[in-house]
Design a binder for this molecule. Structure first.
Ligand SMILES: [Zn+2]
Length: 490
């Protein structure tokens, strides 16, 4: 196995390993008074700081934000970059639900293409899902293969581990090697090498996670209530939607809540698509159960009535429900009952999407959207009168907090200098062939979306800038990240 300069050593559970390598966060604002070239002062008429958009001067030194100053702070020889009034400086986005499929299925996606798509979409940190790569990330050895596959990353990359029947009883090895938590399925995952847990196995996993203080992230659909299976369902979307009813989701969520309550383990429900499931999670939280929820832009953006026949690029599980469920999800996004909006970027080849010639039962399920997730959710939010300030935490601190990624998602002194310049009122028409994704397949093809990312900075270095002939600058300042292990409060 090649030795990688960016690869961290295995993480001892007792050691405090942070995303920040050695440099400790500075809590105070430093004066901008070092030698010329030692830092960069970014002057913006609009920057999102402390939850509000306003003028600010952001001092970057090394890989960190050294201070957030009044916009008219006099220059002192530090290099300056002035951001135009049509752009808002935002913290880099965090996407904790991305299937990169590398190694093993790099014809579906791979780290080089996925990380370019992320940077172009304003995402500066991803956490990679343990399945659809071969091998799946269910052992420490597989995790090392993942790290080797990344190489020197463009942006920061962390990993989820997988809890499948054969990894039960051995989850400590994954935890000790630096995964952010473990993913399991209650229903078939879609790939043979990542089997679901049956109810007894799921209960055993939750007991183990409680003992290890390991976050359990769960694909919650009840296989007993799914009627589709792998059989043809036809070219219309509706029979596929009906084959995965909301009750399949709520039944599985009830199981996750019951096990989180019984064991005290922390659980997170992935890609919630049903409003009733959100209500159950909210009630459980109010009752002290340690459970959180996320949703995805496609559940917030699309309506099933608009899905054309045979358009299997829209197939994902759980399905896009639209209507009252979509309204309900938006309420929970605004209230914070849904803490994160994540892409669930789940790409595949055209061949797999065309399996069955456009039959929704036979096609691969998964929506490719890493590069578009933020502009899609911003477009839908804007249409509902929801502000950028309200939406942004669901794409930054929400996913960071759920995974436990620190020092990202905010523009403040001490945070990593992960910054994007975003034109919220600029419209672009999606052309799947021009995206950075490995395959030109996305449900958003042809959509007019608001919001264009013009510049992406990772750890103080610009990696993407649309002003360049090639927007990718060649810098690769990303790191492979692992969780900070917190000492329990006395
Ligand atoms: Zn997923």
């Amino acid at each position: 196995m090649p030795l990688l300069p960016a690869s961290p050593p295995p993480v001892p559970h007792s050691g405090a390993v942070s995303t920040s390598a050695d440099s400790a966060p500075t809590a105070s604002t430093e004066p901008a008074s070092t030698a010329p070239g030692a830092g960069l002062l970014i002057r913006a008429s609009r920057a999102l700081v402390d939850g509000r958009i306003g003028p600010a001067a952001i001092l970057v030194r090394g890989d960190r934000i050294a201070g957030v100053l009044p916009v008219d702070t006099p220059g002192d020889g530090t290099a300056e970059h002035v951001v135009g009034p049509d752009l808002v400086v935002l913290p880099g986005l965090v996407d904790s639900h991305v299937h990169v499929n590398d190694p093993g299925r790099t014809d579906w996606e791979g780290f080089p293409t996925a990380l370019r798509a992320a940077a172009a979409g304003g995402v500066t940190t991803i956490v990679d899902m343990p399945l659809n790569s071969i091998p799946p990330t269910t052992t420490p050895e597989a995790l090392e293969l993942k790290r080797a596959a990344v190489g020197v990353p463009l942006i920061d990359v962390g990993f989820w581990g997988g809890a499948i029947p054969s990894s039960l009883g051995k989850l400590d090895a994954l935890r000790d090697n630096g995964v952010f938590g473990v993913k399991s399925f209650l229903s078939p995952s879609g790939v043979d090498e990542f089997p679901a847990l049956d109810p007894d196995q799921f209960a055993a996993m939750m007991t183990e996670c409680a003992r290890l203080d390991l976050l359990a992230i769960v694909h919650a659909e009840d296989p007993e209530l799914l009627t589709g299976g792998d059989r043809p369902l036809g070219h219309h979307y509706r029979p596929f939607l009906n084959s995965r009813p909301p009750v399949a989701e709520t039944s599985a969520v009830a199981r996750v809540i019951a096990e989180a309550r019984r064991t005290g383990a922390r659980a997170h429900v992935l890609h919630v698509s049903s409003g009733d499931a959100v209500d159950m999670i909210r009630a459980a939280r109010a009752d002290g159960v340690r459970i959180t929820a996320e949703t995805c832009p496609h559940y917030l953006f699309f309506d099933p009535a608009d899905i054309p026949d045979s358009a299997t690029v829209f197939k994902c599980c759980p399905p896009i429900r639209g209507g009252d469920d979509r309204d309900h999800l938006w309420e929970a996004v605004v209230s914070g009952d849904i803490m994160a909006i994540v892409s669930d970027h789940s790409p595949s080849t055209r061949e797999l999407k065309d399996r069955g010639d456009g039959d929704f039962g036979l096609a691969w399920g998964g929506i490719a959207s890493l590069q578009l997730a933020f502009s899609a959710s911003w477009t839908a939010a804007r249409g509902r009168g929801i502000s950028l300030e309200t939406l942004l935490p669901r794409h930054t601190t929400g996913p960071a907090d759920l995974a436990g990624v620190v020092d990202v998602g905010e523009i403040r002194a001490g945070a990593l200098a992960n910054l994007i310049e975003f034109a919220p009122d600029e419209v672009h028409r999606v052309d799947a062939a021009r995206l950075e994704h490995r395959n030109p397949l996305t449900a958003y093809n042809g959509e007019d979306l608001y919001g264009v990312v013009h510049r992406t900075m990772v750890r103080g270095e610009v990696v993407y800038d649309t002003a360049g002939a090639d927007p990718f600058t060649g810098a690769h300042p990303g790191r492979l990240i692992t969780p900070v292990v917190r000492t329990p409060a006395a």
